[in-house]
Design a protein around this ligand. Structure first.
Ligand SMILES: O=P(O)(O)OC[C@H]1O[C@](O)(CO)[C@@H](O)[C@@H]1O
Length: 550
């Protein structure tokens, strides 16, 4: 089959030409605001309770039209529909991609290989609900009769980042009496820190692993079990250990009874799994009704994503803006600035979602994509980031687009804090966009009575180039519904970018090589021999470990 490199396609060439023209005309975002008084209205929209202002991007109406043409050329809608209909679009693993089915209401049948997955999904949800209610009501107790006060989730990657982020983000909705803990890192310090805080008699461990083979999780799970058995007998394990996994035999081999396993399916990717039983720590932390609200919020975004035309489709627009910034403006990273302290794990969560999905360069044809693919995702909460890396955003030689995220209503009563927080959020995007010219800086310094000598020394340092793009995403409040919609927005954005680039956003071969090599090195460290195949750096580092152990 003939294959046209992306940069040779008509829509891409049009965009490139348009970008060059904008550049030649010296068109800057602030000029575009001056020219168009309704720019904010033109370049903003609401969906599923999420508001997106994308007016502070380097775009015009023509840019948007050309990006929409690009989306049509790349058959983005067709690929979206294939995803929702259960086609095996994860073609390297021959799997459907149906995390959206996890949040669909009951009685919306969807079949894969003849099986109605909607019924299966709702069976597991019912199992989760029953379990959560038993734990919360004290019907489910520890082996010595104490109620459960601490839930320790042991999992990594998608089996950790989503649930951890959501529990933290929605802590104001938490069920009283349950403390959640998350152990992911195989570094013993992580497990040790949690075990030193909890009482085995009132602690429930959730071993969360889709495959139940991930080395990090298995080591932590075995160590947690060994710790528990220092205090209780093997017969007591069933009151304190449950598993979330699609690998029933491995769960049983670990010693967890089938009735203590919450299942899910191969059509749920790890980084898309918080909606499945992997969300059990969320449901235990918040209560099942809030977990359901999270799913409902995501479902509302799914419906919007499926139904809205490209021009008004929030996930598609967000994806297109990302493509414009990445491929046409050459921005290598995207910074996430959440102006909500409870969203401090959000950038970390998005790192896996985006970088494990689109940190790839081979397309469906087995060819290298000839434009840049997924950006680096990084960030922190405002206002902390302002006093750390925002200097780089404002004045470095790199242009880094920013997604500002804020909630209009806080979950606290410190009104003064909220207004100041929002003022800072809006001011940052304004400063990035407007910058400060030499003329403005000079006038300012003259007003301050500075000498000509001082002015000429300081002037270049105090100029802000501006014209730096950002989006602002507003929620009315950080509720379960709105957080669900926000997460689904980014999930779909990432998927759409994969559709644009023609890559498979749903596999993760890139993490395998390191795992295999770690096993070999671990073998060397245990055995005391060093494989001759190692390079001198690796052999030298292994020798350092041995020397330290003597
Ligand atoms: O749930 P599991 O199977 O333990 O996998 C954990 C994580 O490991 C990865 O496979 C990558 O190492 C992720 O994609 C996944 O979320």
């Amino acid at each position: 089959m003939s294959f046209t490199p992306l940069s040779d396609t008509p829509a891409y060439k049009q965009l490139q030409l348009h970008q060059q023209q904008m550049h030649q005309q010296g068109l800057e975002i602030s000029h575009l605001f001056d020219q168009q008084s309704d720019r904010f209205t033109q370049f903003s929209l609401s969906a599923a309770g999420v508001f997106l202002d994308y007016s502070k991007n380097r775009i015009t109406e023509t840019t948007k039209e050309l990006l929409c043409d690009f989306a049509r050329q790349q058959q983005v809608e067709l690929q979206r529909d294939a995803m929702f209909s259960g086609e095996k679009i994860n073609f390297t693993e021959q799997r459907a991609v149906l995390h959206t089915a996890l949040r669909a209401p009951s009685n919306t049948p969807q079949r894969i290989d003849g099986i109605d997955i909607n019924a299966e999904v709702h069976m597991v949800l019912a199992q989760m609900q029953a379990f959560v209610e038993k734990v919360h009501s004290g019907v489910w107790r520890g082996a010595s009769g104490l109620v459960i006060t601490d839930v320790v989730n042991i999992g990594i990657g998608g089996s950790d980042l989503g649930p951890k982020m959501v529990c933290q983000a929605l802590r104001s909705f938490a069920h009283q009496g349950i403390q959640s803990h998350f152990v992911s890192n195989l570094d013993g310090h992580a497990l040790d820190a949690v075990l030193s805080q909890v009482n085995p008699a009132s602690t429930l461990f959730i071993i969360s692993s889709k495959t139940f083979t991930t080395a990090d999780t298995m080591l932590n799970a075995h160590s947690a079990r060994a710790w528990f058995l220092q205090h209780f007998s093997a017969a007591d394990l069933s009151r304190h250990f449950v598993a979330v996994s699609s690998n029933q035999p491995a769960v049983q081999a670990f010693g967890i009874a089938p009735e203590n396993r919450f299942g899910f399916w191969d059509w749920v990717g790890g980084r898309y799994s918080l909606w499945s039983a992997i969300g059990l720590p969320i449901a235990l932390s918040l209560g099942f009704a809030h977990f359901r609200a999270l799913l409902d919020g995501a479902h509302a975004m799914d419906v919007h994503f499926q139904q809205a035309p490209i021009e008004q489709n929030m996930p598609i627009l967000l994806a297109m803006l990302g493509i414009w910034n990445r491929d046409l403006l050459g921005c290598g990273s995207l910074s996430i600035a959440a102006y909500h302290h409870d969203l401090r794990a959000f950038p970390n969560y998005l790192q896996q979602l985006d970088m494990e999905s689109n940190g790839k360069r081979i397309n469906h044809h087995g060819q290298t994509v000839d434009v840049a693919t997924g950006p680096i995702i990084w960030g922190d909460v405002g206002t902390n980031g302002q006093h750390a890396y925002f200097q780089h955003l404002h004045q470095s030689s790199d242009i880094t687009p920013v997604d500002f995220i804020a909630a209009l209503r806080p979950q606290h009563h410190l009104a003064e804090h909220q207004l100041m927080l929002l003022a800072n959020c809006f001011a940052q995007s304004q400063a990035l966009m407007r910058g400060k010219t030499a003329q403005q800086v000079t006038t300012e310094m003259q007003t301050q009575g500075m000498s000509d000598e001082q002015i000429s020394l300081l002037l270049p340092h105090r100029i802000f180039a501006g014209n730096r793009p950002s989006n602002t995403i507003l929620l009315d409040e950080l509720s379960p519904m709105r957080l669900g919609a926000l997460i689904a927005l980014y999930e779909h954005k990432v998927a759409v970018q994969g559709f644009f680039w023609g890559i498979n956003s749903f596999d993760q071969w890139g993490v395998e090589l390191g795992k295999v090599l770690a096993k070999a090195i671990e073998g060397d460290l245990h055995s005391g021999t060093t494989a001759t195949s190692h390079d001198s750096s690796t052999a030298g580092l292994i020798a350092k470990v041995r020397a330290a152990g003597k």
